[in-house]
Design a binder for this molecule. Structure first.
Ligand code: SF4
Length: 383
């Protein structure tokens, strides 16, 4: 069943009118991406990836300026294999269609089972079609208001949400949102990775939670304007059960991801400071040569970690630079944390050989002990 705008219904909440960045900042951001280059819109995956690496100024600036990182990486000669394969995309779509079949009956059963809600006798599926993302976002906001005011169950299939990011709207499309009769909104995230014996790959669940937190944040901004509306800070993650294509689900608490995302977005609004610290004339225009582009990219601090390989188009470039600099970050965050003040592979090896470092430093002592054990095992070979 579909809903339609009702002339007797209360007026829709005020559409999100993003505060446009100051003209000078907009001009600076346009210079950074190249005067003839259209800005790359931010989506939920990009915003979630930002939250996954909050220390990276490079990513914050490139995303904030609307630079197309895939194009930039290609121009730098380090194209990334980042992204979903066509096969995985089609498999994901087929699974999602199965989960939402029969007006979402199975989905509502899973919601009731995992989130402890009553199982509805019927659920409306509002028509959210409208022209363009702005129109769809306004239509979604109106339908959310109608369903909440009417106190009925509603399943929003691919609603469109707008979230202001660094003064511009980012349009986000969750897989589904359910509204219950008490005005409670729940984000549904449907993924095609399996849940085996009720647990799934922690890294994938973490990525799904960060992405969903972005949706929850966008919904909270809408709910602020509606009396009686509230947004659950748990989401329902739906995945294939074991090795079948039958759906199963789990409630995932995204409060932590929500607070990181909020902090990251607040930080994004300060990209002005990062841009101001760049050398005069810096630009990431993909029309430049690789050497000039590399110099521009290197002028912004990065925080490379192996996790970038699954989340950022710049990963191969940043990994290459980190390796060339001998940075221990390229070995992983946990290794970096263990090594304390030793920031390069060269310094670690020198400390292990006894050439550098304070022997009373527990890290240096542990490295020397490990080097001695290694030498003993290899019959005297030094590291
Ligand atoms: S790949 Fe580079 S730009 Fe992207 S998040 Fe990692 S360090 Fe930052």
């Amino acid at each position: 069943m579909s809903t339609s705008p009702d002339s007797g219904s209360p007026p829709p909440p005020p559409p999100q009118r993003p505060t446009r960045p100051a003209t000078a900042l907009r001009q600076r951001l346009a210079e950074l991406r190249g005067p003839a280059v259209a800005p790359q819109p931010l989506d939920a995956r990009a915003l979630a990836a930002l939250a996954a690496n909050p220390g990276c100024e490079r990513r914050a600036l490139l995303d904030g300026a609307g630079v197309n990182k895939a194009v930039l990486a290609q121009a730098l000669g380090s194209p990334s294999g980042f992204g979903q394969s066509q096969f995985a995309f089609m498999r994901g779509n087929a699974f999602e269609a199965r989960v939402k079949a029969d007006g979402g009956a199975e989905l509502m059963r899973l919601l009731s089972e995992r989130m402890g809600t009553a199982e509805p006798a019927g659920v409306e599926v509002p028509d959210l079609s409208a022209a363009g993302p702005e129109g769809r976002a306004a239509r979604t906001a109106l339908a959310l208001r109608e369903a909440t005011a009417a106190g009925r169950w509603a399943l929003f299939d691919h609603p469109m949400l707008a979230l202001e990011v660094a003064g511009s709207p980012a349009y986000l499309e969750p897989d589904a949102v359910v509204v219950d009769p008490a005005g409670h909104w729940t984000v549904i995230e449907i993924k095609s990775f399996p849940m085996i014996d009720a647990s799934a790959d922690a890294a994938k669940v973490g990525a799904a939670a960060r992405q969903s937190a972005v949706y929850v944040l966008a919904l909270q901004r809408i709910a602020e304007h509606l009396s009686g509306a509230s947004v659950d800070d748990r989401i329902l993650l739906v995945c294939p059960k074991d090795f079948s294509n039958l759906p199963t689900a789990a409630a995932v608490d995204v409060r932590k991801q929500l607070s990181v995302t909020r902090r990251q977005l607040a930080r994004l609004t300060r990209i002005e400071d990062i841009a101001a610290a760049l050398p005069e004339g810096t630009t990431f225009d993909p029309g430049l040569g690789p050497a000039e582009l590399a110099a521009a990219v290197e002028s912004v601090e990065a925080a490379y970690a192996p996790e970038c390989l699954a989340a950022c188009e710049m990963a191969f470039h940043c990994r290459d630079r980190a390796r060339r600099a001998g940075a221990v970050e390229s070995l992983g965050r946990s290794v970096r944390g263990e090594l304390g003040g030793l920031t390069t592979v060269g310094a670690v090896l020198a400390a292990a050989r006894g050439e550098e470092g304070d022997p009373s430093d527990p890290t240096v002592a542990a490295l020397r002990r490990a080097a001695a054990l290694r030498a003993e095992a290899l019959g005297g070979a030094a590291c």
